[in-house]
Design a protein around this ligand. Structure first.
Ligand code: ATP
Length: 315
């Protein structure tokens, strides 16, 4: 089994308790571990895989809390760093109109320092670039491009989720698109939402968007479509793979569970090549990853809601 290295942010989400109030009115917040790449690392570990988190948290109690959560889930955090600043914080509420209200206080995640010693660990393993904050500058962005280069020289399976956040990029979409391009060009697997696929390709039509991404170099494209399942595109396969029926209560982390489950299945292959060549294998993997996403929507929170292997078997 190969190891999945997840690079990016680990942060505290302070979630306003009463849905329907904006942040100016919210008074009570629940502290939750957040950060998409950290969720993916947890999803892999919970399914029995080997995962590492590479990122930076603060040298404060929040950093300690976050590392404890990851360790409890079985993620190897020995490559994470602690900076002499506060852990990155996000305050989130969902207003009556369903719109998210969001205040972001960026701290330690941007202080990640590139570690050249990690390169040899990538050898024939997998790296997932899935941070929402990575392209916002700082040490994390620098480390991100170094690790992409390292992965290319080490026969590493490269996975990319741009994790577009309108709150962070609305004013600067062109720059976001430009910064994503090297990752799309070099990735074996890209995971997009419909909004991301359309934004990054400049094409409304999903088929045309995928043709564009393949021409750039991406080998497998998955576009997650909520309850409709996932559109998957690779050589010889272009199809919407359905999901299972569930009663969702909170969709946070469904995309991370999806990609974590897909990466875990790929990590169990003796040879990565088979996922590019065997379309029925890829389809069955996406079907299972859809179940992981669906199960995650049935509980509040991202990490606690991630599925166990037993839940996946019975879904
Ligand atoms: P995130 O908000 O975590 O970034 P995302 O928008 O990328 O997630 P979704 O499309 O919400 O991801 O969900 C990922 C996958 O989980 C979907 O492709 C689908 O297979 C499954 N899924 C999500 N919501 C539901 C649902 N309501 N019913 C069934 N399956 C679902």
């Amino acid at each position: 089994m190969t190891r999945v290295f997840c690079v990016g942010e680990l942060l505290i989400d302070f979630v306003a308790e009463h849905q329907g109030s904006d942040l100016s009115k919210a008074t009570t917040f629940t502290k939750k571990a957040g950060g998409a790449p950290a969720n993916v690392a947890c999803a892999v570990a919970k399914l029995g895989g080997k995962s590492n988190f590479i990122g930076c948290i603060g040298n404060d109690p929040f950093g300690t809390f976050l590392l404890d959560v990851l360790k409890k889930e079985g993620v190897d955090v020995s490559l994470s760093q602690r900076a002499k600043t506060f852990t990155t914080l996000a305050f989130v509420s969902i207003g009556e109109d369903g719109e998210r209200d969001f205040v972001f206080s960026r701290g330690a995640d941007k202080k990640l320092k590139y570690d050249p010693a990690i390169k040899k660990l990538f050898d024939r393993n997998m790296v997932h670039f899935g941070a929402a904050t990575a392209l916002l500058g700082g040490g994390l962005e620098e480390a991100y491009s170094h690790y992409l280069f390292d992965a290319l020289t080490k026969e590493t399976f490269i996975s990319f989720d741009p994790n577009y956040r309108a709150d962070l990029w609305r004013e600067n979409e062109a720059e976001f698109i430009k910064k994503c391009m090297p990752f799309i060009e070099k990735s074996h697997l890209c995971k997009f939402s419909l909004e991301e696929a359309q934004l990054l390709s400049g094409k409304e039509d999903l088929n045309e968007a995928c043709v564009y991404f393949h021409e750039m170099g991406a080998k497998i494209i998955t576009v997650t479509l909520g309850k409709e399942g996932t559109y998957v595109s690779t050589e010889g396969l272009r199809a919407t793979v359905p999901s299972v029926k569930v009663s969702p209560v909170d969709t946070t982390g469904a995309g991370d569970a999806f990609i974590g489950c897909l990466l875990h299945q790929i990590s169990e292959l003796a040879n990565f090549q088979s996922v590019f060549e065997d379309r029925e294998l890829l389809r069955s993997m996406v079907l299972k990853a859809n179940k992981a996403g669906a199960i995650t929507t049935t509980k509040y929170g991202a990490i606690v809601a991630l599925p166990t292997p037993e839940q996946l078997e019975t879904a």
